[in-house]
Write a protein that binds this ligand. Structure first.
Ligand SMILES: C[S@@+](CC[C@H](N)C(=O)[O-])C[C@H]1O[C@@H](n2cnc3c(N)ncnc32)[C@H](O)[C@@H]1O
Length: 214
């Protein structure tokens, strides 16, 4: 799916299936309950989702907050026109907006959010891009930044390979397996992160690179 000329129908299926895969494995319900809901109130709390892809995490968080009667204002950004195009074609959800933008554009604007998040982005980046993302998210986050990503393991690779066999018309299986192979162990992520960032346990086969101000 990273190839610019990949099959657009398979790509759309992939963005659609990310919603189900992320709901099942990425641990955002627990992160919402532990990390986000305690900050929410009837006054808006702002969240920036960097590299939002097809936008499913932003929508999921906003829906949970709405259901809890709390006000969350989520901005999802991604410079990839195909990803943000899919996100923008979603039915509107109160408190969610998407923009085609790289984090550097928000830095130039002097934007600040209560919390900055990302999901399954870190393993996609070169060491230089990882440094940029962490620098930007540190500057954009008023309260905390939480980068949720895969944790590399042979068991994750084997289980994901079997679980995604019934998903032939998308890139989920091949890209997911590549992503697991490229992802960090906790020791590698700790070594790659600048001072102030901590690697914390996440959902099964996941870890969180966190920066906390309080
Ligand atoms: C694998 S996708 C993650 C999709 C989505 N978060 C999900 O969980 O389905 C990674 C995305 O991060 C975006 N990205 C990488 N660095 C970025 C940055 N500094 N600012 C904004 N987006 C970025 C890429 O364009 C890519 O679409």
């Amino acid at each position: 799916m990273d190839k610019p000329d990949c099959d657009p129908r398979r790509l759309d299926n992939t963005y659609r299936q990310f919603g189900a895969v992320n709901r099942a494995v990425s641990g955002w319900r627990r992160l919402y309950l532990r990390e986000l809901r305690p900050l929410l109130s009837v006054a808006p709390t702002t969240i920036l989702d960097i590299g939002c892809g097809g936008g499913d995490i932003a929508v999921m968080l906003a829906r949970w907050a709405l259901r809890d009667g709390l006000v969350l204002d989520v901005t999802g950004i991604d410079p990839d026109p195909r990803a943000i195009g899919f996100a923008l074609r979603r039915p509107p959800v109160r408190g969610v907006q998407f923009r085609q933008a790289h984090s550097s554009a928000l830095i130039r604007e002097g934007a600040v959010f209560d919390v900055v998040i990302s999901n399954h982005v870190l393993h996609h980046l070169t060491p230089g891009e990882l440094g940029v993302l962490l620098d930007h998210s540190g500057k954009l986050a008023r309260n905390k930044a939480l980068h949720n990503d895969l944790r590399r393991s042979r068991l994750a690779f084997a289980l994901f390979g079997v679980a995604t066999l019934p998903l032939p018309a998308s890139f989920i299986r091949e890209d997911g397996l590549t992503s697991i192979r490229r992802s960090y162990t906790p020791a590698e992520l700790t070594a790659a992160a600048p001072a102030g960032w901590r690697v914390e346990a996440g959902a099964p086969f996941h870890q969180i690179l966190a920066l906390r101000r309080t």
